[in-house]
Ligand binder design. Structure first.
Ligand code: HEC
Ligand code: HEC
Ligand code: HEC
Ligand code: HEC
Length: 483
């Protein structure tokens, strides 16, 4: 705690010498209380007996977040449907057609829901098996240890079924981030993040308390690969960080890792017929790639777990959510601008990101349709220039993965504005050259390519609705049990 506040105060001094220092008072937490939490306690209710305020805030992640305070991660009112990325960005319905993400790809919500949301999602999204529980249940490390390799491929519900009934729906819990004896931050997922940190040369025992405020989140807010064996069974959950360094896990290197083995290609894109990899929520990777806040040693918790006061006690807010939804109170620890001014800055960064994202997204979808056209031409017996095709395919993949990277990252560019812009601009260039190569190739093959490609979007967006309905009744939707 000391370090935490010492640092916040230093930054305060740097960023705004005129800031009010009262924000830097010491939190009053009796660390001794921790030893009362029994070893092996996973149920947050047990931890809640010792830390009732933290437990209460943690449980609030089950509440709808305030509506109307965030532009791109809208809050929702009770009973309202959450937004689906496929509705917001229809080109994704085309690009992801071929597997679960093309049916349903909801925006994230509170930590409390993470397992429940998997049970509600289209079954195609949890087909990989137990692997899918890795960044959801606090029991994941235990299950993996007990089951060994079978953990990864055993059907999702079978793995979940090994847990006590009242624990099956539990999302990220105290034990995922804290040591029960000292309350120090810890990494529970040694079988994924532990391995990955080693690969980028990070010695866990040397991580500072401050660094851990980011690293605990990197257990889940990272991209991963679920490699497949010949029978398309899942064999692991891997972070594609090999060859990278802490502070520079670039999208280039992630793509290189994905493309390094056919085992990493998890699905087939139906429009192009290509076997592809995927990138999920790379919050840690984008943020830690030398963003201004990373460089200033600001942590995930600084912005997502601001200090609040409850019943006379100061604590880190365990109702983790968008800082926009708590009126940017977190930022005030370091910034002197008004919440309105800061909100305007966030929106301006996000708007810039979205303009580029939309432009690149639709261009990528058009190239996917050009491949569809080329495949048809070839299937009809006409010859195409295979060399140009291969070049275009490489460019398309490079552009596609970059687009997915920024679209899957949940801050809409805010975590690292310049890097988000750079990645999207590169994507746009790769896609433009693939577009030109395909047009040349198709023209040579005697095909007349229209200037504006018909994406046939309804085919992907509407077909999806029917499929979703067909799957729905199979689900048994229960509420998570939290005592
Ligand atoms: C055990 C995995 C795990 C850990 C550890 C974790 N998260 Fe999450 N987080 C998730 C998942 C999964 C979701 C999406 C839940 C859903 O939509 O059902 C999520 C959602 C979120 C959201 C969106 C909440 C909302 O209201 O929409 C924020 C913000 C967030 N996490 C921040 C953090 C921060 C900051 C940390 C570290 C202090 C952290 N998370 C640690 C898995 C994790
Ligand atoms: C300097 C402050 C800051 C830091 C540091 C920061 N974030 Fe964020 N984060 C934001 C803002 C601002 C947004 C955009 C929220 C919005 O659009 O509503 C955001 C969005 C998110 C979201 C999506 C929220 C939602 O409602 O869906 C997640 C998840 C997230 N951050 C996780 C992380 C993780 C993990 C880290 C560390 C690796 C991190 N953030 C570091 C400020 C920060
Ligand atoms: C996603 C990770 C995460 C989860 C889950 C989590 N915490 Fe924390 N907790 C943190 C972080 C980050 C801090 C910030 C202070 C630090 O560096 O120790 C913190 C701080 C604390 C502190 C020290 C005082 C304070 O408020 O700063 C206590 C006590 C605590 N948490 C209890 C709990 C309890 C009880 C639960 C479960 C109900 C829980 N935490 C769940 C990440 C987490
Ligand atoms: C722990 C301290 C800390 C917190 C908390 C923090 N920032 Fe910052 N922020 C900084 C520092 C330091 C810089 C300066 C980086 C530089 O200029 O190199 C910065 C820079 C920025 C910038 C770019 C410079 C500018 O003013 O245009 C923006 C935008 C920004 N922060 C927004 C936010 C928002 C929004 C939040 C809350 C969600 C936030 N910050 C939370 C320390 C913090």
């Amino acid at each position: 705690m000391q370090m935490n506040f010492a640092r916040r105060c230093t930054i305060l001094a740097i960023v705004a010498a005129t800031a009010i220092w009262s924000g830097c008072t010491q939190k009053k937490v009796e660390q001794m209380k921790a030893s009362q939490i029994p070893d092996g306690a996973i149920d947050p209710a047990d931890w809640g007996k010792v830390y009732p305020l933290h437990y209460k805030q943690w449980k609030l992640t089950s509440e709808p977040t305030p509506a109307g305070k965030s532009k791109y991660k809208r809050g929702f009112d009770v009973g309202e449907e959450r937004r689906d990325k496929l509705d917001e960005y229809p080109f994704l319905a085309l690009l992801y057609n071929g597997w679960g993400f093309g049916y349903e790809y909801k925006e994230p919500r509170g930590h409390y829901f993470m397992v429940q949301d998997q049970l509600e999602v289209d079954p195609g999204r949890i087909k990989a098996g137990g692997s899918c529980l890795t960044c959801k249940t606090p029991y994941a490390p235990m299950l993996q240890e007990q089951m060994g390799p079978a953990y990864f491929y055993t059907p999702y519900k079978e793995v979940l079924g090994r847990l006590p009934g009242d624990q099956q729906h539990l999302g990220v819990a105290c034990v995922d981030c804290h040591d029960n004896r000292t309350m120090e931050l810890r990494i529970a997922r040694q079988f994924t993040l532990g391995k990955a940190l080693k690969e980028i040369g990070v010695d866990q025992s040397k991580l500072t308390a401050k660094e851990k405020q980011t690293v605990v989140c990197a257990q889940c807010h990272v991209t991963y690969i679920i490699p497949k064996d010949k029978e398309m069974r899942s064999t692991d959950v891997l972070f594609p960080w090999s060859g990278s360094k802490q502070g520079n896990i670039s999208v280039e290197n992630i793509i290189k890792q994905i493309k390094s083995s056919p085992a990493n290609l998890e699905w087939t894109q139906s429009v192009t017929g290509f076997k592809m990899g995927f990138i999920r929520h790379p919050e840690y990777e984008l943020f830690s790639n030398n963003s201004p806040h990373w460089a200033a040693e600001v942590t995930c918790a600084d912005c997502h777990m601001p200090t609040i006061k409850a019943q006379g006690e100061e604590l880190s807010d365990h109702r983790i959510m968008s800082p926009l939804k708590s009126d940017l109170s977190a930022c005030a620890a370091c910034h002197t601008e008004s919440p309105d001014a800061l909100r305007a800055k966030v929106y301006s960064i996000q708007d810039n990101t979205i303009v580029l994202y939309l432009k690149t997204g639709y261009a990528t979808a058009a190239v996917a349709k050009l491949f569809e056209m080329a495949n048809k031409v070839e299937a009809s017996g006409r010859k195409i220039d295979r060399n140009l095709y291969a070049q275009a395919k490489e460019g398309y993949e490079q552009g596609f993965y970059r687009l997915v990277f920024i679209g899957a990252e949940n801050s809409t560019g805010f975590h690292n504005p310049d890097e988000a812009t750079r990645v999207l601009n590169d994507a746009s260039r790769y896609i433009a050259s693939a577009d030109a190569q395909l047009r040349r190739m198709l023209t040579q093959a005697g095909e007349r390519v229209p200037e504006k490609i018909d994406l046939e979007l309804p085919k992907y967006t509407e077909g999806r609705g029917a499929k979703k309905l067909r799957f729905r009744p199979e689900h048994e939707i229960k509420s998570p049990v939290i005592k």
